[in-house]
Design a protein around this ligand. Structure first.
Ligand SMILES: [Zn+2]
Length: 228
């Protein structure tokens, strides 16, 4: 059965340091993966002091999409770190239009899934929270009229990786307990490809190194809360 999966994230590297394994696995299984980024991550770290971090990060994101096997990539044109309640409403509408347009020629049996970051933003970043809430709004709006919409997967962090609230930067909730997690995807077999996807975000290499240290052998184990 044909399936289209829209991965909707705030920043160009959110797919890499989260569900890259699942996206790689889905694309390898023949799913049509489309990636959406709300911003180009221009507020991120800039270790090479490039004057045009936004352009650099767009290239990195496109390379990441290519490595994942995404069929299409969409940038919605927002500024990194500047998302608000108003933009959340606007993004929800933009997502409805974009998805409606992209599924226009899909057959009746097609399954359509959305994926985004957990509603608590995982790290607590407001852009992640806006992306998650706009995605859920778009999902429920579309599903009302179209039964091909099956679920939203919310990428979450399990409790064992984050047992305590973290206040090193912004407020980050503890990870989700076992009874809050609906689906675990084991894509550890894709480890090398996942690392290549993470490395594609060369400007964010410090995050990549940190991620490898934090997650070690569990890279590719992806945890989701699921909305149907
Ligand atoms: Zn992010």
């Amino acid at each position: 059965m044909k399936k289209i999966l829209f991965g909707i994230f705030a920043h160009p590297d959110d797919e890499a340091f989260g569900p890259a394994g699942t996206l790689l696995m889905e694309a390898a299984d023949g799913v049509e993966v489309q990636m959406v980024t709300l911003t180009l991550g221009e507020a991120g770290v800039n270790p090479d002091n490039v004057p045009n971090l936004m352009d650099v990060r767009e290239k990195e994101w496109r390379e990441s999409g290519r490595l994942i096997g995404a069929r299409k990539l969409h940038y919605l044109g927002y500024k990194d770190g500047q998302l608000t309640n108003d933009s959340m409403v606007e993004i929800g509408r933009q997502l409805v239009d974009l998805i409606t347009n992209e599924i226009r020629s899909a057959v009746d049996e097609t399954e359509i899934e959305l994926m985004t970051i957990d509603l608590n933003g995982v790290t607590g970043h407001i852009d992640h929270i806006v992306a998650a809430r706009a995605t859920c709004w778009a999902y429920y709006t579309l599903r009302k009229k179209d039964s091909r919409f099956k679920k939203v997967r919310l990428v979450c962090l399990p409790y064992q990786h984050a047992p305590e609230p973290n206040v090193d930067w912004i407020y980050m909730e503890p990870g989700r307990k076992e009874n809050e997690i609906d689906e675990v995807i084991d894509a550890r077999a894709y480890r090398e490809q996942i690392i290549a996807v993470m490395r594609a975000h060369h400007s964010q290499r410090a995050d990549c190194d940190q991620h490898l240290r934090n997650f070690g052998d569990s890279i590719g184990l992806n945890y989701f809360r699921v909305i149907t």
